[in-house]
Design a protein around this ligand. Structure first.
Ligand code: R5P
Length: 327
């Protein structure tokens, strides 16, 4: 980047373009940044191809395209790619793909023969699309950062969840990891909240199907409130099975807290039926399109993302926004 481009990047306000998957979140971020939302036209042709057009001049600007790649994952991914290409061809000086929820993240290894390494392919596509940097939240595994040969700012929304716990006035609780893979993160939550930790030993019998084998540290559970922390709730099998097993072992009230509310399949019905007092998620994935069960509470990551954008734009450190819960 030459000195003139660098000067104009810092002197003019950042440009935020929310995509169809993240409109509400992007609008909230603009309010926190005190800037206007940059307009975008997205249309579908009758043969289902997507058309994207940026509605304002972004020549020479520091552009942040906000789009999660949640369901319908392929449509949202394609929209993101077209937005990146449109911004690139409109001569943006720098383009950051802000992907609050990175879909395809769970396909991040070749654990059987002849399967695609989808998380890597998606990273390649986003790079080819024209992104110069990535800003994302709670990747399913931190190593996915390495799938990009671009700077990645990987935020943790855990503080949004722990702030809720502190403000709720809940006392006498145990933090629970719903599976062994999540232990390090759950231990960090337990340390931050000064609470004991228990671990659910979960077995996956098929994709999206899980069962509880045992609970390590279950002597902590009887009579206590329980906070299950996970990175995401998808079909809700993991959280609902864990909540039942914890109640069987004498837990008082069980709360589920997760950053990404994927909530696919029968998740709503399952969460309603499960012995969960409340389910706390964030708005990395928009829930605006459908009425939510009353026990689901959505917290916003807009202030966190707005702070990160300010720092990236001003070339200030982003690391103090995410170091505490780093995996
Ligand atoms: C697993 O590794 C993840 O951290 C989540 O526990 C899992 O993806 C949740 O899926 P589901 O809600 O479908 O059980």
């Amino acid at each position: 980047m030459n000195r003139l481009t660098h000067y104009s990047l810092v002197c003019e306000a950042p440009v935020v373009i929310p995509g169809p998957a993240s409109r509400k979140l992007g609008d909230e971020m603009c309010k926190h940044l005190n800037i206007e939302v940059t307009g975008l036209e997205v249309r579908q042709f009758s043969d289902s191809e997507t058309f994207v057009k940026v509605l304002d001049n972004i020549r020479g600007r520091d552009v942040f395209i906000v789009q999660s790649t949640n369901s319908p994952a392929n449509d949202h991914l394609m929209e993101l790619l077209l937005m990146l290409d449109a911004a690139h061809r409109a001569s943006a000086a720098r383009i950051t793909a802000v992907i609050p929820y990175y879909g395809y993240a769970r396909q991040d290894r070749k654990d059987q023969g002849r399967v695609a390494l989808s998380a890597k392919l998606v990273a390649n596509l986003i790079t080819t699309g024209g992104a110069d940097r990535i800003l994302t939240i709670d990747l399913h595994s931190g190593q996915i950062q390495g799938f990009f040969d671009l700077p990645v700012d990987h935020l943790q929304a855990g503080q949004v969840l722990t702030d809720w716990v502190k403000d709720s006035g809940l006392k006498d609780f145990v933090v629970v990891s719903p599976d062994v893979g999540n232990v390090k993160l759950a231990r960090n939550y337990a340390n931050l909240l000064d609470a004991p930790l228990a671990i659910v030993d979960k077995r996956r019998t098929a994709p999206n199907v899980s069962e509880v084998m045992s609970i390590i540290g279950d002597e902590e559970i009887p009579g206590k409130n329980v906070l299950i922390f996970d990175d995401m709730i998808d079909t809700a099998g993991t959280i609902c099975n864990a909540s039942e097993a914890l109640r069987e072992r004498g837990a008082k009230d069980v709360y589920a807290l997760a950053v990404h509310g994927v909530l696919s399949g029968k998740a709503f019905e399952r969460l309603e039926a499960a012995p969960l007092r409340e389910v706390i998620i964030t708005d990395t994935i928009s829930q605006a399109e459908r009425p939510l069960p009353s026990k689901i509470r959505v917290l916003s990551v807009a202030p966190l993302l707005a702070k990160a954008i300010e720092r990236i734009h001003d070339h200030r450190s982003v690391s103090d926004l995410f170091h505490e819960l780093a995996r």
